[in-house]
Design a protein. Structure first.
Lengths: 166, 291
């Protein structure tokens, strides 16, 4: 059986950008997001004969990618690895001031808050599924989400206020 | 920040990154997967060898004080099997099960409720072949039946036969379905049920409802996500986030659910109510027979 006939290629083509977008929103660094996402898909390709039988293989890849992204100890090293592997960062199209504010505010949030925001609002997972993925009680996820929303609103307010003053 | 506005902003932010991201070819990702596992296997083998070496060293050092010659033996035999591990990583992609696309039926080694069949037998499989695969896993069926015209499952596309294992009814027809042509007996649907549907007379036309069929118990398969008869609506939603829709009403005035699974198709069924604690009372996939 030739590689590419087992459904992985189609799955990868369809799901890659969704996952990389979610990881990018979490990490705030496109190159790192690409690296983490490609690693997760590489692992999925290796285990594909098992993962393909899951109802939602994409959930498996997302979980692996987020676990990897969350490992902050690896992140500093990963920055170097990604640079070696991919070369200098890709040209990202210019973004609006609002989006720059959002990116900055997201980066200032604690990892645990960013994670629930992205899984709930970007991956559009219900709270129960976020709790399952993070192995947390639903109540904890709810309170983290509330604090994350509040923290984000405060930071966005500060940035915009600062911009008006300037 | 309003919740809907925040969600929209985050989605736009994520899609901005997704649009700008580079996407290497699938072949490159597969190569990266193989490289990754070669590294893992090499590291594992090295770790085991180091541990074994450490064990031998400790054993030899202890040998001076302990007269038994056999003492280091368990650690010496430790690294034996590990050199055979790396070859496991060499050919994973070439041994994948046969399939041509993500939407196509992919056989599994277990009986699993899937939108494209039952894992060991996909919709469209020949009746004998499907029955043989199911018998191998489940043993002989608890009952079988055959109908022409109306059946307990509705009016099906042609002559209909069914086999039942516990709660699971497996349906075959020789009529035309989207899975097979007319004149060929093939698997076209399955149904996990609460009651012994085959005890209902499909021709019954009395002035009162027919007598209640007996409840079914015993073998009851599940989806790959662990959803089956008796799962709650909350569990269903957690297992298939964003893919479950519910409805209430005709036909039958019952609560129903539907799980959309992209190109693979869908699973649907009935619920005991409309709350999160309501349980699955029936689950079906394939081509439905008319009511």
């Amino acid at each position: 059986l030739a590689a590419g006939d087992d459904g992985f290629d189609a799955f990868y083509a369809a799901a890659y950008r969704r996952i990389v977008g979610q990881v990018f929103a979490f990490l705030g660094d496109l190159q790192e997001a690409e690296d983490v996402t490609q690693d997760a898909f590489a692992k999925a390709s290796f285990h594909w004969s098992r993962i393909r039988s899951y109802d939602l293989p994409e959930a498996w890849v997302r979980r692996v990618a987020f676990n990897q992204a969350r490992n902050s100890a690896r992140r500093a090293r990963r920055g170097l690895v990604a640079l070696v592997r991919h070369g200098p960062p890709a040209q990202v199209p210019p973004v609006s001031p609002d989006r720059v504010d959002l990116q900055r505010a997201m980066r200032q949030l604690p990892t645990r808050h960013r994670e629930v925001l992205v899984l709930h609002y970007v991956a559009e997972l219900p709270l129960e599924e976020v709790a399952r993925q993070l192995r947390l009680p639903v109540g904890t996820v709810k309170s983290r989400l509330n604090r994350a929303r509040k923290g984000l609103a405060e930071r966005l307010g500060e940035h915009r206020e600062g911009a008006h003053r300037a | 920040v309003r919740e809907d506005v925040l969600g929209q902003q985050l989605l736009e932010y994520a899609s901005h990154g997704a649009d700008a991201a580079a996407q290497p070819g699938a072949a490159a990702i597969r190569r990266r997967g193989r490289r990754h596992y070669r590294r893992v296997a090499a590291l594992t083998a090295t770790g085991v060898l180091l541990a074994a070496g450490l064990g031998v060293g400790l054993g030899l050092r202890g040998g001076g004080t302990t007269p038994t010659v056999d003492q280091p033996r368990p650690t010496v035999t430790g690294p034996g099997p590990t050199p055979t591990r790396p070859p496991v990583t060499t050919a994973p992609t070439t041994t994948a099960p046969p399939s041509s696309s993500t939407a196509a039926a992919r056989p599994t080694s277990e009986v699993v409720l899937r939108p494209d069949g039952l894992g060991v037998a996909a919709f469209g499989s020949g009746r004998q072949q499907a029955l043989a695969a199911l018998r191998r896993k489940l043993g002989p069926p608890d009952e079988t039946g055959a109908w022409t015209g109306a059946t307990p499952f509705g009016t099906c596309p042609g002559d209909t036969r069914a086999a039942r294992w516990g709660r699971l009814y497996v349906l075959f027809t020789n009529g035309p379905t989207r899975y097979g042509p007319s004149g060929t007996w093939h698997l076209f649907a399955y149904q996990v049920d609460a009651v012994q549907r085959t005890k209902v007379d499909p021709q019954y036309a009395g002035p009162t409802p027919p007598p209640e069929p007996p409840p079914l118990r015993g073998y009851s398969p599940e989806t790959a996500a662990g959803i089956g008869f008796g799962s709650t609506l909350a569990e269903l939603r957690a297992a298939y986030p964003g893919r479950v829709s519910t409805s209430y009403g005709t036909p039958g005035g019952v609560h129903r659910f539907r799980i959309r699974l992209d190109a693979a198709g869908e699973l649907s069924g009935t619920l005991s109510g409309g709350t999160a604690a309501a349980t699955v009372t029936g689950l079906t996939a394939g081509q439905r027979c008319g009511e």
